[in-house]
Design a protein around this ligand. Structure first.
Ligand SMILES: C[S@@+](CC[C@H](N)C(=O)[O-])C[C@H]1O[C@@H](n2cnc3c(N)ncnc32)[C@H](O)[C@@H]1O
Length: 437
């Protein structure tokens, strides 16, 4: 047990739902130096290298009017072995008494990895399944086939060892549903899927069993939001519960955020309110293809208004005069056209690009002093490099061949061994958006 305490294998029946915690109570025979309290400091200093050093185990205990200082696990009771000459001399010169000490640890002491190593069958220990993704209070696991017989035990260990986790779920199918949600089974804890998750300085509340959420996309959310400027308008075609829309709204970007899943839409509306971005983010529940077309008209109508942003109530009270209130209010104009389209539905978003054909037909004048909109469309590709594959798919859908230099590809993450996620950014060609519908 050098450096750490170890658990021997513990036999537990697979499929059992409860862990017998008594099986994890273990005692270890050690040697302690019994000294006057005032000697502990000097002993700690001089014999430092020979003291017990174990994570999460204290090495000094009270024993009536004396202190017991635990020595390393190799030290023998007669003090002849396992100790350096310096420590031996200190013991001799100070007449230090060595006494036996039984160190007892229980289930609470062991880490999830220790417990799983002890209860799972040997041979596969290098990859014990203690990893999970946390979404609010939920630990989301994706257990491999061989661990399934032990799934409830694994769930219980994860629940016991992670104080912020109240529910442990395992994914039971692959994500290929319309709304990118997946079936899950509760392995341990409360069957409560309503979570609150923080990301990009915003709070998101949603039912994890009914909507799409992936904490691994937080960098991608931040990356795109950082490209949006105050006063620009963004069309988030597959917005989910708002991880692009809400942070963008906080930057005073005007966002039309849409999702086809009624549960996502419900949470989106809720999250807009929670994050106080209602002046900037409007939520919709439409099919993305339809939304690309309808939102252009809708924004044009909306741009006849302006957003008047009042200072927060506290500031008003401090200033204590109407003048201060009106001078610190901000008027933010709404642009008639979108500067960005975000389409994060990697399995099929490229196929929605045909909807841009003619979406600004007869509206060239709106772009007189403005840049054409940029599209940020996510996709998967099995090719390396993926450029040609993606250019072909864009052309097949949009009916326009982009030049390689017109397409900027950002690698987002590996989804499976031969499946990478990318974000393709390009400026919508004039002939597409001003052409015929
Ligand atoms: C991969 S999720 C991305 C959600 C969010 N943008 C994010 O980054 O977390 C894709 C979203 O597209 C929505 N969706 C699926 N089909 C759609 C469609 N035809 N039109 C609009 N949204 C759709 C799903 O409900 C889901 O919320």
């Amino acid at each position: 047990m050098e450096g750490e305490l170890r658990l021997d294998p513990i036999k537990m029946s697979p499929f059992s739902k409860a862990i017998d915690k008594n099986l994890f109570k273990k005692s270890f025979d050690l040697v302690a130096a019994r000294v006057l309290p005032q000697k502990v400091g000097i002993l700690n200093k001089i014999c430092r290298k020979d003291l017990l050093e174990l994570p999460r185990v204290k090495h000094v205990y009270q024993d009536e009017d004396r202190k017991l200082v635990l020595l390393n696990q190799k030290a023998t009771l007669d003090g002849t072995e396992g100790l350096s000459e310096t420590t031996k001399s200190f013991i001799k010169e100070n007449n230090v008494k060595l006494v036996p000490f039984k160190l007892t640890v229980d289930y609470d002491y062991w880490r999830a990895e220790d417990i799983l190593d002890a209860i799972l069958p040997p041979g596969q220990k290098e990859e014990h399944p203690s990893g999970f993704t946390a979404v609010g209070h939920i630990a989301h696991m994706n257990l491999r086939e061989e661990w399934l017989p032990y799934k409830y035990l694994i769930g219980q260990v994860i629940l016991d060892k992670n104080p912020s986790i109240k529910t442990v779920v395992n994914k039971t199918d692959s994500i290929d549903t319309k709304y990118r949600t997946f079936q899950m089974e509760v392995l341990a804890g409360d069957p409560n899927f309503m979570v609150v998750q923080s990301e990009s300085n915003c709070k998101f509340r949603f039912d994890f069993s009914k909507v799409y959420w992936n904490s691994r996309l937080s960098t991608e959310h931040d990356r795109l939001v950082s490209q949006f400027q105050e006063g620009e308008a963004v069309c988030d075609v597959m917005a989910g519960v708002g991880p692009f829309a809400c942070p963008a709204g906080k930057k005073r970007v005007i966002v039309f955020a849409n999702d086809l899943n009624p549960s996502s839409y419900e949470s989106l509306v809720d999250n807009v309110q929670i994050n106080k971005v209602g002046d900037f983010v409007k939520a919709y529940n439409q099919d993305g293809r339809h939304f690309i077309r309808s939102s252009a008209e809708e924004l044009l109508r909306f741009s006849k208004q302006e957003i008047i942003e009042l200072p927060p109530p506290k500031k008003l009270a401090k200033g204590n005069s109407k003048d201060t209130a009106s001078s610190s209010k901000r008027v933010i104009g709404i642009p008639p056209v979108f500067s960005h389209y975000v389409m994060n539905l990697p399995g099929s978003a490229l196929e929605f690009l045909d909807a841009f054909n003619g979406c600004y037909e007869g509206k060239e004048h709106l772009f007189e002093n403005r840049s054409l909109p940029k599209v940020h469309v996510h996709c998967f590709s099995r090719y390396d490099p993926p450029d040609e594959d993606i250019l072909n798919r864009i052309e097949a859908s949009m009916g326009y061949r982009l030049q390689p230099e017109e397409l900027s590809l950002h690698y987002v993450r590996k989804v499976a061994p031969k499946k990478d996620m990318y974000c393709c950014t390009f400026i919508l060609p004039k002939s597409v958006i001003f052409g015929k519908k």
